[in-house]
Write a protein that binds this ligand. Structure first.
Ligand SMILES: C[S@@+](CC[C@H](N)C(=O)[O-])C[C@H]1O[C@@H](n2cnc3c(N)ncnc32)[C@H](O)[C@@H]1O
Length: 280
């Protein structure tokens, strides 16, 4: 027991493991994620509906989405943005590795008579056969990736964009990083039975990596019967300068920055920010 607790509480190397599928695409958890996505009042999995309405209207306007324009949304979830983008008449594609979310998004599109292309895949393995005017990645999903994964994804963005095409993504700020604190606790059936259907104990460790401005929320789950599992939720926090440098190293120039993907004025004090970048 002592050695097991030592292991649970040991700080891993930064971005040592990638377990995003266990969080989003696991059949049991993805059902609960979908409930969070569709809860219109909370900012869990997707932001609240008032924000999504405001944000998608701003995006349609800012990037002049409409007939003849194409947009690809990376990590589209159940299609809350893609369904709104499609109303502009633009050609819309959504990518997500949650089968449950893609299934829901396809059903909604069918019901609404919308022609949206949904692809069930890991966006890190996306091979574009089309080129897009706009790529979006919304709700700071860029921040869950390691520096190597971000370089890889930005190369995919570059290959997927038409000449002069644009990327819109959001990221957590250094102001948000300074609000985070390390913690360690355990709880029975933590997060209202989010992790497993059967009873379990979950040990939660939050570690900060100051040199890299990264936070890890690590969940060690011990179900009553099944095998134990560890889920790593990494978050990279950015200054606007650092994100600009990363984009520039990948062949993009940052043209605009905002407080978030609804287009408010940029502020370093805000917990997140959004950037617009053009491929060069
Ligand atoms: C925080 S949610 C945001 C969903 C959507 N952008 C929104 O704002 O409503 C992140 C989404 O990215 C998806 N995702 C995470 N990593 C992925 C990956 N490697 N490949 C494909 N989808 C991924 C998840 O399944 C989830 O739907």
């Amino acid at each position: 027991m002592f050695h097991q607790l030592e292991e649970i509480n040991a700080k891993p190397g930064v971005f040592e493991h990638y377990t995003a599928e266990a969080l989003w695409a696991d059949p049991y958890r993805s059902k609960q994620m979908l409930t969070y996505h569709l809860n219109e009042d909370v900012d869990l999995s997707s932001r609240n509906i008032a924000f999504i309405d405001r944000s998608s209207s701003w995006i349609i306007d800012r990037f002049q989405l409409g007939p003849g324009k194409s947009v690809c949304d990376f990590g589209c979830g159940p299609g809350l943005y893609t369904s709104r983008f499609a109303k502009s008449g633009a050609e819309v594609t959504g990518l997500d590795f949650s089968e449950n979310s893609i299934h829901y998004a396809r059903g909604q599109a069918k019901q609404a008579g919308q022609r949206i292309t949904y692809r069930h895949l890991n966006y890190l393995e996306f091979e574009p056969d089309d080129r897009y005017d706009l790529i979006t990645m919304i709700m700071c999903d860029f921040c869950v990736l390691s520096p190597a994964q971000r370089r890889h994804l930005l190369a995919i963005f570059h290959r997927s964009l038409k000449d002069g095409g644009t990327v819109l993504l959001d990221a957590y700020s250094m102001a948000a990083y300074s609000e985070r604190t390390e913690a360690s606790f355990y709880e029975k059936n933590q997060l209202n039975q989010f992790w497993c259907e059967e009873d379990y104990y979950c040990f939660v460790n939050t570690f900060k990596y100051d040199a890299e401005a990264v936070v890890l929320d690590k969940y060690d789950i011990f179900p009553k019967r099944g095998a134990p599992q560890t889920v790593y939720n990494w978050l990279q926090y950015f200054s606007a300068e650092r994100l600009t440098e990363e984009l520039s190293a990948a062949g993009f120039v940052m043209t605009d920055r905002y407080s978030d993907v609804s287009g408010g004025p940029f502020s370093e004090r805000h917990s997140e920010f959004a950037v617009v970048a053009k491929g060069i």
